[in-house]
Design a protein around this ligand. Structure first.
Ligand SMILES: Nc1nc2c(c(=O)[nH]1)N[C@H]1C(S)=C(S)[C@@H](COP(=O)(O)OP(=O)(O)OC[C@H]3O[C@@H](n4cnc5c(N)ncnc54)[C@H](O)[C@@H]3O)O[C@H]1N2
Ligand code: MOO
Length: 431
């Protein structure tokens, strides 16, 4: 057999294909992004705390800033009586000194005035009403007189009570976030809190999704005889977004080499990765294979898996943009995406682990037969509470309705040709 023939006849394992794809990719160059645009991205540099958090001593309660000695022994029968000498709202810059026998009305988040050592919540006081404890303060506009007058405090106020100290959450020089952190909402909160408006991250890859097939029409159009709706471009675009990419759905291109080449050439400018579906098998109109096999930079292989046997991966265009050519059957395209494209997107983002976790579960029902020598990915419903998994639909790679009812893939290893009910199996949850 010729060398070429040997390569053509070779069957590659799922793991070999994943490793070849990952080995060919390097994370995208970092970009300075607005912190919200950086959501889900990986931080490239350590971010130190640049400003103390909280930035100044402030009150954690709506109440009165006091000198603690003035409240010593205060009780319901013998309240401390203090003069209210000011009113500090959050955002106020001016400060009033609290002298012995005085207090200042203060709001949550407002700076603690000099002289004050603690805050008495308004509920510990008469709120200046001259009667018993109150539940809150009247609005300033309705009762501006609440900012002055006499206040009774019914409890002794401990030193430092209800004061959030400057720097008690984070101090300058401490690490705020380490390089490699994936920015979720709490991390974005911290960046904003320390005053960072932008941050250097590996950006989300821009993924262009193109489906191929002259039989395809777009949802909303009426399929003619022999035509079907293009579902892959939607599934793959959604899956790319789910994996963290910025995805562009180009839609369906007919099985015409020139149209496909023109379309892809137009898309290269906005693509870090191109994903195609269809046209990779052995038919006379398998346009993706026809176009890219000729260029020589995309390798088409058969894998020992079901669904998803025919696969292509390589580089195209002047910048060597990576391209994943997935098979057209809807379940094959989706499963291939989960196994190969999702890790590729995560590798480009610098996120780890790149692969979805695999869990062990008990099989409810049986797998009557599975092809020997192929790793089979059956659609399934996984119930984590019971660590149990049930098959959904059959093995056919056209079963898109069953796919929509599944939330996991059940992995049947290459050497396994059937599984008994109750068997311990490997499951890839998809959510
Ligand atoms: N003689 C052989 N025929 C086939 C083989 C083989 O080894 N020898 N492999 C089969 C396997 S396995 C697969 S998977 C498919 C892969 O085919 P292609 O990637 O070339 O895909 P198409 O032929 O274009 O389409 C296959 C199937 O999927 C439907 N399809 C395609 N695109 C979409 C879309 N965007 N949305 C919805 N459905 C789509 C298409 O209509 C076909 O029914 O080849 C087997 N054949
Ligand atoms: O590999 Mo195909 O994906 O079995 O239908």
């Amino acid at each position: 057999m010729s060398q070429q023939g040997a390569t053509r006849d070779r069957i590659w394992s799922v793991d070999e294909h994943i490793e070849d794809i990952l080995g060919a990719l390097t994370p995208l160059e970092p970009l300075e992004l607005n912190i919200l645009d950086a959501q889900g991205c990986v931080l490239v540099d350590d971010v130190p705390v640049s400003t103390p958090l909280p930035p100044f001593d402030n009150s954690s309660m709506d109440g009165y800033a006091v000198r603690t000695a003035d409240t010593e022994g205060a009780s319901w029968q013998f309240p401390a009586v203090l003069e209210v000498v000011g009113d500090i709202a959050a955002g106020t810059a001016e400060t009033v000194r609290v002298a012995p026998g005085q207090c200042v009305r203060i709001m949550t988040g407002a700076p603690v005035p000099p002289g004050a050592e603690a805050v008495a919540p308004v509920e510990w006081t008469d709120g200046g009403t001259g009667s018993g404890p109150v539940n809150g303060m009247p609005a300033y506009r309705a009762a501006p007189e609440g900012a002055a007058g006499e206040l009774r405090i019914f409890r002794q106020v401990p030193q430092g009570a209800h004061i959030r100290r400057r720097g008690s959450d984070a101090s300058p020089g401490e690490p705020a976030l380490a390089a490699g952190t994936v920015l979720g909402p709490p991390q974005i909160a911290l960046l904003a809190a320390i005053g960072r408006s932008t941050v250097r991250v590996r950006p989300r890859p821009r993924v262009v999704v193109i489906s191929t097939g002259s039989e395809l029409v777009q949802p909303g159009q009426t399929p003619g005889p022999g035509q079907i709706n293009d579902s892959n471009s939607f599934a793959l675009t959604a899956a790319a977004r789910d994996a963290g990419a910025v995805a562009f759905r180009v839609g369906a291109v007919p099985d015409d080499p020139d149209t496909l080449l023109d379309t892809i050439s137009d898309q290269l400018v906005r693509a870090d990765l191109i994903v195609t579906s269809g046209g990779v098998s052995v038919g006379a109109y398998d346009v993706v294979k026809e176009v890219f096999a000729e260029l020589g930079t995309v390798d088409f292989r058969r894998l020992a898996m079901q669904p998803g046997k025919p696969q292509g991966f390589g580089r195209i265009g002047p910048d060597g943009t990576p391209l994943c050519a997935l098979p057209g059957n809807p379940v094959s395209a989706y499963v291939s995406f989960e196994l190969f494209v999702r890790p590729a997107i995560r590798a480009l983002m610098g996120v780890s682990p790149v692969r979805r976790p695999v869990v062990t579960a008990r099989l409810a029902g049986e797998v009557a037969s599975s092809p020997e020598g192929k790793r089979q990915f059956l659609r399934a419903r996984y119930r984590p509470e019971q660590a149990e998994v049930t098959l959904v639909g059959g093995a056919g790679s056209h079963l898109v309705a069953a796919l929509a009812r599944a939330n996991a893939l059940l992995v049947v290893p290459e050497k396994t040709t059937s599984l008994d009910a109750g068997a311990e199996v490997q499951v890839i949850p998809l959510d």
